[in-house]
Design a protein around this ligand. Structure first.
Ligand SMILES: [Zn+2]
Length: 463
């Protein structure tokens, strides 16, 4: 387990690397705005076609510059991410080993555990992948910033209110103040490259450290864990996992994460608090015969009742497909509302914890697995929202549980998007403020449960 301060105090170097990237991108935009404005501005009002060509050429050069800056950054960042993850793994295990030693067990070393090394490698690969996706949005956002800055400055020059130098200076001032964003939300709020990076990295490191802890627990053959307790823990009227006060300091059964009847019926895997271990980062789950036979028959509001049995069969069949892939792979299948399969199997990158599903323009449902047992994610929710013909998104945990999001007849995409944007902002702020992984996961889960009044419904099913 990582101590809470770790994620605040250890990310300095990589933050600097991405701050430098941000600075060099801004410098490139400024240079290309200046060059273009010089050509077009000094010529006075240019014919619009010529102006467009000038702008397009400048945008192309800018794009090349930015891609180069990003490539340079990624090369350094990959080395840094690896060092960070290895350090976090070692620190996290050092903490766990103190607990093992106190309990009279032998300490664990990452280097001696092939499985832990694999977990660490998977964490690094996933992190690098998500940093690459983050920089992809940076390219597009930089180009937009360039366009806006150039057009504003150009209009000031041609309207005669500003000299070329004044227009350029004001444009560059505004552009620098605004900065390049990693994410834009529909509400107009945005997160800078650095904040986006930190948010992403903290999540990745915390999850990987937690996976390593779980692996250690498994390797030591530990069957019960005592959750640490602290004064003034948060409470929540629901009494579910958001209620830290309620579950801290208690003993949970770890093996198979099933309830332990000897322990006052503390269920880890029931509807209310199934995410206790997960929200502290769960491991990748191997699909077994048992998990397949545990897949529950669920109710679906978008399918007629005589298709529910078939749906359960398809959930099981998906896990069969998953079982034949490397651990951590996500697979998806699409069905129309009569449960006829649409298109091929979608299989994500090996161990990548993600899968991309092509869009269908007729009513359909998407089923996919979550290798770490997590319920519907914000990404799932977003694709559910943005695709009007997706009536249901269903996540089948490799452990057998199913969570579903469905659109009901009163579904309003506008309401849903508002709610989604508010949640993403809220989550973004939490992360930027340094909230723990548990707090972030709780915020997402409360959001999903709150959907149930808005014409769509979130449910979680376990046997
Ligand atoms: Zn998903």
């Amino acid at each position: 387990m990582l101590e809470p301060d770790y994620l605040i105090n250890n990310l300095g170097d990589i933050t600097t690397i991405y701050a430098d990237l941000h600075t060099s991108i801004l410098a490139s935009i400024a240079k290309h705005v200046a060059d273009t404005l010089k050509t077009t501005g000094e010529a006075g009002v240019m014919p619009s076609l010529k102006k467009q060509i000038e702008h397009a050429q400048a945008a192309g050069l800018l794009r090349e510059d930015i891609i180069q800056h990003i490539a340079d950054t990624i090369a350094i960042s990959d080395v840094e991410v690896r060092a960070l993850f290895q350090d976090a793994g070692v620190k996290s295990l050092a903490y766990d080993n103190r607990v093992y030693t106190e309990a009279g067990l032998k300490p664990v070393a990452i280097a001696q555990s092939p499985t832990m090394l694999k977990v660490l490698e998977a964490g690094i690969t996933k992190q690098n992948g998500s940093l690459r996706r983050l920089t992809g949005t940076v390219v597009a956002n930089s180009e937009q910033l360039f366009e806006r800055t150039l057009n504003a400055a150009y209009n000031k020059v041609v309207s005669g209110t500003h000299s070329y130098t004044e227009a350029l200076r004001e444009g560059i001032d505004d552009m620098t103040r605004e900065g390049v964003k990693a994410f834009h939300y529909a509400s107009g709020r945005a997160i800078s490259i650095e904040a986006g990076l930190l948010m992403n990295l903290r999540t990745g490191i915390a999850q990987t450290a937690a996976h390593i802890t779980e692996q250690g627990i498994r390797e030591r053959g530990v069957t019960h864990v005592e959750v640490s307790a602290h004064i003034s823990a948060r409470t929540h009227p629901s009494g579910d996992h958001r209620d830290h006060q309620g579950w801290q300091g208690r003993i949970f059964s770890f093996s198979e994460r099933k309830s332990d009847p000897k322990n006052n019926g503390n269920h880890l895997q029931n509807h209310e608090n199934s995410d206790i271990l997960k929200s502290r980062g769960s491991d990748l789950i191997n699909v077994t015969d048992k998990t397949i036979s545990d897949v529950p028959r669920i109710k679906s509001d978008v399918l007629s009742e005589h298709h529910w049995g078939r749906l359960q069969e398809e959930h099981k069949s998906l896990l069969e497909l998953v079982r034949n892939q490397p651990l951590g792979t996500e697979c998806a299948r699409v069905f129309d509302l009569s449960m006829s399969k649409q298109g091929d199997d979608f299989i994500g990158p090996p161990g990548g914890n993600s899968v991309t599903v092509k869009n269908f323009d007729t009513p359909h449902i998407v089923i996919h697995n979550h290798a770490d047992g997590a319920p519907i994610s914000l990404d799932d929710f977003e694709s559910f929202l943005r695709r009007p013909q997706t009536f249901s998104v269903q996540a089948i945990s490799n452990g057998g549980a199913v969570s579903t999001l469905e659109k009901l007849p009163l579904f309003s995409a506008v309401d849903a998007i508002h709610k989604y944007n508010r949640t993403v902002e809220g989550v973004g702020e939490l992360v930027v403020k340094g909230a723990s992984q548990t707090e972030v996961e709780s915020a997402i889960e409360s959001f999903l449960y709150s959907l149930n009044e808005n014409g769509f419904i979130y449910r979680r099913w376990t046997l």
